[in-house]
Structure formats: C-alpha cells, structure tokens
Design a protein around this ligand. Structure first.
Ligand code: ADE
Ligand code: ZN
Length: 324
C-alpha cells in the first residue's frame, strides 16, 4: 500500500536486523545451512509468535537467529530489509545488530559485519539510502563479555556509528554497563540504550546519568515519572517508540491506549519505529499507520514524528539539513 504513511520520508532508528528474519527466510536458511530449528514449517514459525512478555519473544528471536551462519546470510537478511524499508519511505536507517548472539555460536564478528556492510553498499546503490550500523551489547550477559565484543569491533570502528544495549531488561539495569559505555564513547561511538520498555522509569534515568546516552530506545515507562518526562523534554532526548512491539510484548494493552500522542503532547521528542518487524507484524510504515488510526493522530502529528526521526538520527548537521 502506498499512502501518506509510506510516502513520508523518515529515518528508521530502532530496528534489530535479526528481528527482520521473516519465517520464510528462517526456514530457507535453516535448510541451506542444515541448522535444525524447532519448527517444521513457515506456519509453525508464525504460530509460535504469540508472546506474553519480552523474554518469551527473546527466546524465539535467539532460536531463529541460529540459522544465520555465513556472510551471505547476513547480506541476504539485511538486503531484504533495506528493500522493504525503501518501500516504506525510509531514506536513512540506523540498524542494530547483536554480535554476541552470533559470536557465542562460533560465527566470527567479521563474518557478520562483512555481510551487513555489503548489503549497506547495495542499499546505497539501489535506493540512495544512507545506513548506520549500531552494535548492541546483550544486557543479560556480563560487562566483561561486552568489553570482549568492543575488542572484536576494534578493526571495524570506523564502520560503526554507535553502540546500543538490548535483550532482557528487568534485573539488568543500565549501570551494569557503565564502564563499557564510557569506553565506547572514548572510541568515538554514539550511545543508545533500551530503557523503560519493561523496566522502570529509574532505568531511563540511569541510562541518562550513568551511561550518558544520546538516545533512549522505547522509554515508555518514563511516563510514570513526571519529573523525568519534564527533563527528557527539556533535554530534547529522542525516544524511539515502537507501537506494534509494545502491544505484541504486552507493554501496552492495545494500540487504542498507546501513549504516543501523550508523549508528543508532553513535549517529548518521540519517534515511531519497528523494532523487530518480522515478529511484530509490521514494518515502519505500518507502525505509523496503525498507531495513527488507533489514536486519531493528525497529519501534523505524523509529520512531527517523521521530523523527529531525523532530529534524533546520528547525522551530521549538513546531512540533517538535507532531510528537514
Ligand atoms: N532485542 C530485539 N528486540 C528487543 C526489544 N524489543 N527489547 C530488548 N531487546 C531486544
Ligand atoms: Zn528494540
């Protein structure tokens, strides 16, 4: 469907490339690489996508990622995503990848990055899309493991735009990664962290004060804390909000009560993104379309969300000016 929501130019800032693994590709790569997955068919994979919380999703997401083994697999995964994103009006994307999900299975860091970088070259050539890569640390692992990952990234630092923090939030507060975030910043990387998705508002505050992030992923739970909301608004901190993900993982009861307009009305720099679109039934334009319909967003509010996506991007002033 080409409509206003897919036509409006936007930046995708919250997208896990492993979360774009469609069931068809999961089954095909499982066969190509002779990796057994716990599903016999595409239909069985889809049927498993009923989540009760973040962890119930992560268990399937990590199991699915096991089919990704060769450089070509990472290329094919990302190339398919960039084609979809271009059709959705994405002109700039900053995508997360989870190196530890792969290195822990014996896949070299270089295999993952080479595959992704070649797809990024293709996206530039085919769609004129600009793409930044964000290496995300898995917060259920310890900080030492994150440091080992930063070491492996050393030869590739000039190809990365930043680092992120994802996986199981509850019980893994931002402060656990204070030193590796400081080390990442010293290497010239920009910083973002998932915070306030399932975890409390305090995790959002910790991401700001201890990690000193440039961007908050999700951030919904800041709404529990009016002082924090006022601060985020004052500091023009970008929150990359993912409506279909919020509902799929039961962090928001339904789109009808999604707080996206409450966030905008509070002066927050909220933007809309897709998180893991293959698992949550919709890429970025569908996130815009669905939440706009459910919340009755005005055209002006939708334009604000798209504009905020560029304001929150890790772009040079010159590149930003070209998008506004
Ligand atoms: N990894 C992939 N998607 C995620 C999400 N929504 N929250 C935390 N970690 C993730
Ligand atoms: Zn996410």
């Amino acid at each position: 469907m080409t409509d206003f929501f897919s036509a409006i130019p936007k930046a995708e800032l919250h997208l896990h490339i492993e979360g774009t693994l469609e069931p068809e590709m999961m089954v095909a790569l499982g066969q190509r690489n002779r990796v057994a997955i716990p599903f016999a068919s595409v239909e069985e994979v889809r049927a498993a996508y009923r989540f009760t919380d973040l962890q119930s999703f992560l268990d399937i997401y990590y199991a699915g990622a096991a089919v990704l083994r060769e450089e070509e697999d990472f290329h094919d995964l990302a190339a398919a995503y960039f084609d979809r994103a271009a059709a959705d009006g994405v002109v700039h994307a900053e995508i997360f990848f989870d190196p530890q999900t792969h290195t822990h299975r014996g896949i070299p860091f270089a295999v993952v990055v080479r595959g992704l970088l070649s797809a990024i070259e293709g996206a530039k050539a085919r769609h004129g899309m600009t793409v930044g890569l964000i290496m995300s640390y898995l917060r259920h692992l310890d900080e030492e493991d994150a440091f080992a990952t930063l070491d492996q990234a050393e030869p590739w630092l000039d190809r990365l735009v930043g680092v992120g923090l994802d996986s199981s939030e509850l019980g893994n507060p931002p402060a656990k990664f204070a030193r590796v975030f400081a080390a990442s910043r010293e290497r010239g990387l920009r910083l973002c962290a998932h915070a306030g998705e399932e975890g409390p508002a305090d995790y959002v505050r910790e991401a700001l004060d201890v990690l000193r992030v440039d961007r908050i992923d999700h951030g919904n739970r800041c709404l529990d804390d009016p002082l924090l909301v006022a601060r985020l608004a004052r500091e023009a901190m970008t929150l990359t909000v993912c409506p279909l993900s919020n509902v799929a993982l039961r962090n928001v009861a339904s789109l009808d009560v999604h707080p996206i307009d409450r966030m905008l009305n509070a002066g927050l720099r909220a933007t809309v993104h897709s998180d893991d679109p293959a698992y949550f039934d919709g890429y970025v334009a569908e996130n815009y379309r669905a939440v706009a319909a459910a919340r009755g967003l005005s055209r002006e509010q939708v334009v604000t969300l798209a504009r905020n996506s560029f304001l929150g991007a890790f772009l040079s002033d010159e590149a930003l000016a070209g998008h506004l």
